[in-house]
Design a protein around this ligand. Sequence first.
Ligand code: ADP
Ligand code: MG
Length: 243
Amino acid sequence: MAPLISISNLKKAYGIFTVLHGINLDIAEGEVVCVIGPSGSGKSTLIRCINRLEAFSNESSIVVDGVTVGPGKALAKVRAEVGMVFQSFNLFPHLTVLKNVMLAPMRVRGTKPADAERKARELLARVGISEQAEKYPGKLSGGQQQRVAIARALAMEPKVMLFDEPTSSLDPEMVGEVLDVMKELAWMGVTMVVVTHEMGFARQVADRVIFMDGGRIVEEGTPTDIFDTPKEERTQSFLRAVL
Ligand code: ADP
Ligand code: MG
């Protein structure tokens, strides 16, 4: 079966500074891939290229569900199929939680308000915040806001969910509630690419762990491969520092 996401020779530079040096990565439908590595290694840039939040070199190719990710018209289709959750929750502050979740399906897919609302309430229940539906994001805790952000991304019924350090800006007591929601998605078979510093999460949930350093994939494998028997010296020293 063709991979859901196929990344070939992904290169990205800012001026003379090369951030990604030709990344090759295929992701299968239903796969959960965790990306780890030191700060500045290119993890965010890699996942932001997947829906072209960052432009990349013409020599590179990214295909998502059969659609080439380029500057043209097809980009809207790709973005509709790729859900993204950021470190900062990026909710619309002037819209209620419910409206935050309803907006994209109505605007992008033309979903009727009643249907969008039913779906939004279902998703808010799934992430455990039904009671907050009528509140504004500013009234919610960080953990609750991030769960709304996940529900909002899921409302588009994306083919893949990208997470960029979704728990890094949370107070420690709220990390678990967000990771629990993500674990549930993983167990439901949602295809996920997760940049994370939560090694326990990666070990428990990932089908594959990718270690990046200096804009390259240095090593990849199962959680056991990477955490218990890392082969590369750079992987070993990173893990010694974080575990
Ligand atoms: P990570 O997510 O692994 O911490 P990033 O993908 O954010 O790494 O960044 C990789 C490198 O690219 C870093 O050295 C960073 O300073 C650089 N970088 C990121 N965004 C920009 C930008 N807009 N302009 C210049 N350099 C950038
Ligand atoms: Mg980053």
